[in-house]
Design a protein around this ligand. Structure first.
Ligand code: ARG
Length: 333
């Protein structure tokens, strides 16, 4: 298997809900006017607490500093696993489940903090630039590692394998088990041909920037249901679009443009964290993805500025809930 360190230097920021008006102009440019910016990596996610934006340095230049902007201080690099077709694994599972044992668990064991971004197309594992040598020495046993530079993949090795590795990595640090929330909405993970982006522009602008303003015609929207969560994610990465939205939002889009995998499954969300998770703690993704991998349950995983979000197939939500509850009891014991 190959692991690529992509040629993007990313920032993770949050925009406060009422500060969004100050950023609609640059965000519209980044989303719809691609030829006007050099930004190649953009992800924008609305959650109840804020908007999370993950973008490269070129995109970051478009955003003016503001009291409404919180910027995580590190540079993050996206890693991407490319399986070169040797069907060594019998697993049908997709998403973070596929990389739970080979990437997520070893990095957690070496105390490397990650930030996950699953999309329709693939799963990006963001790591801090300063952790790169530990990341490489941890993963080079399992993977051929390539660094992408200016469109070319250059194989890299860690000269000194012991470099940065925590030999005592196996020492049992009890990870904090965070409380989870399981909202009632059903989600879909979709894509769109970038050439048809203009056709959904008005809907996308409405959903992204005006979702909290009451609609003229709506009596009481079901999304205001207390048991449902506001979550909408749009990403445009190296020319590929990915959208994660609930079925309420999906109904607002023209039915023929967005597409999803042929099975067209719906997903339920597990939101991880009772208070904002911060960026230094490691092992959060690991403790969720590990049991999913053990049961071969597919999952998308999206970290945001404050919380983490796992999406699991709707039919598996009961067993996932049981599994997490079990994990909690074990910890308490
Ligand atoms: N750093 C965590 C881990 O290594 C995941 C990210 C949690 N933080 C956040 N702001 N979403 O498992």
């Amino acid at each position: 298997m190959d692991l690529h360190i992509l040629d993007h230097r990313l920032r993770v920021i949050s925009i406060s809900k009422n500060g969004l008006v100050n950023f609609t102009h640059p965000l519209i440019k980044l989303i719809f006017l691609r030829n006007r910016t050099r930004c190649k990596f953009l992800s924008l996610t609305e959650t109840p607490e804020n908007y999370t934006v993950v973008l490269d340095e070129e995109g970051f230049k478009e955003l003016r500093p503001s009291e409404h902007l919180q910027v995580e201080s590190s540079i993050w690099l996206p890693l991407n696993v490319v399986s070169n077709g040797n069907a060594s694994s019998s697993s049908q599972a997709v998403g973070v489940t596929k990389i739970a044992k080979s990437v997520i668990a070893p990095l957690a064991q070496q105390h490397v903090s990650v930030f996950m971004l699953s999309t329709y197309q693939t799963d990006f594992i963001l790591v801090r630039e300063k952790d790169l040598s530990v990341v490489i020495s941890t993963l080079e046993e399992e993977f051929n590692i390539y660094k992408e530079v200016g469109g070319e993949s250059v194989p890299i090795h860690c000269q000194d394998v012991s470099n940065g590795l925590q030999k005592n990595g196996k020492e049992a640090i009890q990870p904090t088990v965070h409380p989870v929330l399981i909202p009632q909405n059903q989600f879909c993970v979709m894509s769109l041909d970038p050439d048809t982006l203009p056709s959904i522009a008005t809907t996308l602008i409405d959903v992204l920037f005006y979702s909290s303003s009451p609609k003229e015609d709506a009596q009481s929207s079901p999304s205001q249901d207390l048991d449902c969560i506001k979550f909408f994610s749009f990403s445009l990465i190296d020319g590929y679009i990915s959208l994660v939205m609930d079925t309420d939002a999906q109904r607002q889009f023209p039915a023929d443009l967005l597409f999803t995998s042929s099975s067209g499954e719906l997903w339920r969300m597990v939101r991880i964290g009772g208070h904002p998770l911060g960026f230094d703690e490691c092992g959060i993704v690991a403790q969720i993805s590990q049991p999913l991998a053990d049961s071969d349950i597919s999952a998308y995983y999206i970290s945001t500025f404050s919380f983490d979000h796992a999406l699991v197939p709707e039919e598996d939500i009961v067993s996932v809930t049981d599994m997490l509850q079990h994990q909690r009891k074990e910890q308490a014991a």
